[in-house]
Ligand binder design. Structure first.
Ligand code: ATP
Length: 351
């Protein structure tokens, strides 16, 4: 991919922009992928006006990609940055390796998964709400910059205020202070940033948000083991990571990689959560193990880690998440499971 990227970049350097420079020198290429002869990437124009003038350039970029050996299809999309936010997120990171951990945070807990879609954001939102219901002062930072889901899960859509243009006041929902890149940018637009921009955004969301004194700051990480996880681990020094996985082998395989990363970076792993553990038929009460049985428990035992919870596939959990009112805010069996999880973390000094 690296060779491929440099070859493509060499060709894109010949494509000049209407106002000077080229696609590479102006750092406008995002989300480049190459798979089975198909190349895709996005050109991010600095403004909608500029994007309108760049259609011939987009077509030329597609032709440039197609001219590379082995490429049979090329899809290049033009996007433009929305109107500038009050406080621009996504700057390059500053301060070298200096700490980006906000002052006044009791426990900074990272909720992570290897694979996407296993319910990490659902667990993060519900854990935050459950801790708040126990009277704790809680923040929830949605660091899943490419797929922020906390605004929807927590029922928020307003844009956080930045009274002085340098600090952001987090929003509050269900007793939890919430910050997400999804609140700062147009929700219909993809965030197409490379590593440095991601790390800069994380830094800003930690250090430029007025979190105040918190007993716990829950960070909902993107899936996998990328730049955001690395930056958080090295520069915000989480007090612990909680790993969410389904019992499925493929999810566990990725969860293992995530745990390996945290161990390497010396972030304590507090335990694992098996989500979508089983499904109880509402008609006959039969328990079906849709994603396999006991995989996470077995994995946790093998690693000497606690299994913090085994949460069933639960329609109410899904509906509540979609409706912006996490199930932990209610009184169902799922809410009780999250309350137990919260109590356990508080007992163990992690909340
Ligand atoms: N225990 C559960 N029972 C039923 N639905 C669930 C459960 N946990 C999560 N879901 C649903 O599964 C979907 C994916 O969950 P979620 O967004 O929390 O996953 P994720 O791991 O954070 O995904 P991503 O990788 O996209 O960040 C959501 O629609 C959510 O409501």
């Amino acid at each position: 991919m690296n060779d491929f990227r440099s070859e493509l970049e060499a060709r894109l350097r010949h494509l000049e922009l209407p106002d000077g420079g080229d696609l590479i020198s102006r750092d406008m290429v995002r989300a480049l992928t190459e798979e089975a002869g198909e190349v895709r990437f996005v050109i991010e124009a600095p403004s909608p006006e500029m994007a309108r003038m760049m259609e011939p350039l987009r077509a030329a970029a597609e032709r440039a990609a197609l001219s590379l050996p082995g490429v049979v299809r090329a899809r290049v999309v033009l996007t433009a940055q929305a109107a500038p936010p009050v406080l621009k997120l996504g700057q390059h990171p500053k301060g070298g390796n200096a700490s980006i951990r906000p002052e006044g945070i009791g426990a900074l807990l990272a909720v992570a998964s290897g694979k996407g879609g296993v319910g990490k954001s659902t667990v993060a939102a519900n854990l935050a709400v459950a801790l708040a219901r126990q009277g704790r002062r809680v923040g929830l930072l949605d660091a899943d910059i490419h797929g922020p889901s906390q605004p929807r899960m927590m029922g928020l859509s307003a844009r956080p205020a930045s009274p002085d243009g340098t600090r952001i006041t987090p929003l509050e929902a269900h007793g939890v202070k919430v910050m997400s890149i999804g609140l700062m940018l147009d929700p219909a637009k993809a965030v197409i940033w490379r590593g440095p921009m991601l790390m800069g955004a994380l830094q800003q969301m930690l250090a430029q948000v007025d979190w105040g004194d918190l007993d716990a700051l829950i960070v909902d990480l993107p899936p996998g083991t990328g730049d955001v996880q690395l930056t958080l681990s090295q520069r915000a020094r989480p007090d612990g990571a909680i790993i969410v996985s389904t019992p499925q082998d493929v999810a566990l395989l990725d969860a293992r990689k995530a745990m390996d990363m945290f161990r390497t970076l010396e972030v304590p792993i507090l335990g694992m959560i098996e989500n979508m553990s089983f499904f109880t038929c509402p008609d006959c009460g039969h328990e079906a193990h849709v994603f396999g049985h006991g995989g996470v428990k077995h994995e946790a035992e093998g690693l000497g880690l606690p299994l913090l919870a085994a949460l069933p596939i639960d329609l109410e959990t899904r509906l509540a998440g979609d409706a912006g009112c996490p199930v932990a805010a209610g009184d169902s069996p799922a809410a009780r499971a999250y309350a137990e999880l919260a109590l356990r973390l508080i007992r163990e000094g992690h909340g």
